[in-house]
Design a protein around this ligand. Sequence first.
Ligand SMILES: [Zn+2]
Ligand SMILES: [Zn+2]
Length: 310
Amino acid sequence: MDERMAWRVSLHGGHSGEFCDHAEGTLREILLAAVQAGYHTFGVSEHMPRGADRFLYPQEIALGWDMARIEADFARYAEILPVLVEELAGQLIVLRGFEAEVVPEANYAERIQRLRAWQMPDGTPRFDYCVGSVHYVHEIQLDGPVDAYLQAAEACGGIEALAIRYYETVAAMIETIRPEVVGHLDLIKRNLRAAGFEPEEIATPRVDAAMQNALEAARACGAILDLNTAGWRKGLGEPYPSPTIVRKASAMGVGFCFGDDSHRPTEVGAGVDAARIYLLQCGVQEVTVLTRESREPLAPVVRRRVSLQG
Ligand SMILES: [Zn+2]
Ligand SMILES: [Zn+2]
């Protein structure tokens, strides 16, 4: 196991059918797939509950779920994490995370702080880290139905304004919750073409300035950017973020770590080898990973810079 390459770390993914409507497999199956995929460290970042029934996905409603059910599932997730960390300890370093949401706008920050402060009976934190992601602008979902994306653009006064508002929301989220990892920084591109827009429409100086502010916020709080391979799976032809953003972030000293954003066992490890090449081609020679300082199941989490050449 010590030959497992130290750069082979994912800090965003491990969504499972046990706790998420749009994922498949159990968390144990996901973690066994992570062992098979040769990961050194695998951070699990299930979606945190979205706080109010109005944010339920259509599929969740069809399943008869409500937010109380989702809260209960998330609590079960938090309970089982330390059990699995211990069970897998000889094969894989598992980190206990969650993916944050910026809804409801009125209280997301408090709800996230509560999760970050949540302790196990022995007084240690329940979670090792959090992935800060923005999936909503003005509480309208960006990575779901194209109709919602169009509605978000309309609410902002156009696609350029939506992209600016998106990056402003990312910057505010980073400054507010100070996440260890920032998820899929340019998620705004996800539904762009499907909604009838062209990449040039959000490649403007104003959008670029808002994006740079988000990068500056990440740099200021030492957040790591998720080099998220789901962009390839979603047919975007590139991961998140784009080469231009990777180069800018890297020049500013912002670190990257891989995220397979897996939602089923077959997606665990997907795209990570290609993502390593991608980073090298963008001039990034090392990743910044979170891992444990020893092989003890719940040893403290440390941050390390690891060469991609290893
Ligand atoms: Zn998901
Ligand atoms: Zn996400």
